[in-house]
Design a protein around this ligand. Structure first.
Ligand code: P5A
Length: 442
């Protein structure tokens, strides 16, 4: 992408209403624009990152044989009246009336809708188990939307739903999703702590939150730091025994979200040296709620004895749009964003030190023209001062920058800057490709 052709308008000033670094940086780097309280437009740079995260999440689900589908944002109130949540959900739910005076709502989640769908299809024990997911915008009329897209009113969620014939099978689905989530967060370059949690308005008996540690996070957590030693890497998600073993190893160690009672248990159960009190951002949340929704919405099946039984279900959410902010909170410095390569909107930033210099201009043009189809390059081809170009590229957070200047070109050299370390290396043009593949896996 040539910057001259890109709809990108970076800003020097921080927005006055922003407190979190991620919020400031997302606005300054032209990723989002607020259009109403807690409602944002995703501009091209922001959408690229959002799509990257979505892609990683979707790929992991598809690889685990979880079927992708798409439910609408607008829902009929009927199913929510059946489940009792039309009133119970409270003011967070945005209720709408259509021209015929029918009650509709902008979905804050999809337990009712998916249960209603599957209740028509899953009729026999032979139809179970099933796992489905979609990625869809949600609306929650939060009391105090804040922190930019981290706690907003309209946000993108990946929500998955499991349907099983009994507790054992449903518990396995829960364990599998738990492992899958840990793999997803690992792939995104994030160290996430799974903690036992309250299930809140979603309901149910078993629930875990996935917390990205951050000093600015809203969730207080307690955990046994031996949790950090258990790796998901070697766990094969197609292997039942491995999944259960992993889940048990992790959940045998104490972890919880904040509350007084838990604090006492925590002190009792965790050796002093392993006690960790921390703060973080909730990036995922999973629930096993048994037959709660099946009972309310009549999701029955015929079991292998010919008897009617209720389907067991669970739901599993990842805050896709919140992750954009959360990833920035974990990866920035005073100059700007530092994207992990897995979600970076571009692989490479290309900067021409002086546009009025024919030698460096020729090099940049031919490098860009020859490589733009192989890597995702953001080429700053603007006729701007070099200081501005360098600051801008640092703000945008692309992991590697090629800085092309006439002085180095005389010796066939380029400056390669690593955004994270700030280190600049002189690299010979001939060796550029191998340098990039060795250091950045291009
Ligand atoms: C699980 C999937 C649910 O809604 N139903 C379907 C269950 N869980 S949850 O914890 O309420 O939300 C899942 C994740 O969505 C993100 N999230 C938000 N992101 C931005 N702004 C918000 N206001 C917001 N509310 C929830 C969180 O990452 C949460 O873990």
């Amino acid at each position: 992408m040539r910057l001259s052709n890109f709809y990108l308008f970076t800003k020097k000033e921080n927005p006055s209403d922003a407190y979190l670094a991620s919020h400031k940086l997302m606005v300054r780097s032209g990723m989002i624009k607020q259009v109403a309280t807690g409602i944002y437009s995703w501009l091209p740079m922001g959408l690229m990152v959002l799509n990257k995260i979505k892609e990683v999440v979707v790929e992991h689900h598809v690889k685990s044989n979880i079927n992708e589908m798409l439910m609408p944002t607008i829902q009929s109130a009927d199913i929510w009246k059946k489940s009792g949540r039309f009133n119970d959900y409270g003011k967070e739910m945005l209720k709408i009336k259509d021209r015929h005076n029918n009650d509709l709502l902008y979905g804050p989640t999809n337990e009712e809708m998916i249960t209603d769908i599957i209740s028509d299809d899953l009729k026999s024990y032979k139809d179970l188990p099933k796992l489905l997911f979609h990625v869809q915008w949600k609306f929650r009329d939060e009391v105090r939307p804040r922190f930019g897209i981290m706690r907003c009113r309209e946000f993108l969620m990946k929500d998955a739903y499991s349907f099983d014939l009994d507790y054992d099978s449903a518990f396995f689905a829960y364990c599998k999703m738990f492992g899958l989530y840990m793999k997803i967060f690992k792939t995104l370059g994030l160290k996430v702590i799974p903690v036992r949690a309250e299930s809140g308005p979603i309901g149910g008996a078993l629930s875990h939150e996935f917390i990205l540690e951050s000093n600015e996070g809203e969730s207080d957590i307690y955990y046994d730091n031996r949790l950090l030693n258990i790796s998901i890497d070697q766990v094969n998600l197609d292997n039942k025994a491995e999944i259960k073993e992993y889940y048990e190893a992790v959940t045998n160690l104490y972890s919880c979200t904040s509350d007084k009672h838990e604090e006492l248990n925590f002190n009792k159960n965790v050796p002093k040296d392993n006690q960790k009190l921390s703060k973080g951002i909730e990036v995922g949340h999973i629930f096993y709620f048994g037959t709660k929704y099946s009972e309310l919405l009549n999701a029955n099946f015929t079991n292998n004895n010919g008897k009617e039984a209720l389907i067991h279900s669970g739901s599993y959410g990842i805050g896709i749009s919140r992750l954009v902010g959360a990833i920035i909170e974990a990866n920035y410095d005073e100059k700007g964003i530092i994207w992990p390569k897995e979600v970076s909107p571009f692989q490479l930033g290309l900067i021409n030190v002086r546009n009025d210099n024919q030698v460096s201009l020729n090099f940049c043009e031919s490098y860009y023209n020859n490589n733009a189809s192989n890597f995702k390059i953001l080429y700053d081809d603007r006729n701007a001062r070099i200081g501005e170009k360098l600051n801008n590229m640092d703000l945008l957070g692309i992991p590697v920058q090629i800085i092309v200047g006439e002085k180095n070109l005389v010796n066939q050299n380029l400056e390669i800057k690593d955004r994270k370390t700030g280190k600049v290396n002189l690299v010979n043009i001939e060796k550029l490709q191998s340098y990039l593949s060795d250091n950045y896996e291009f």
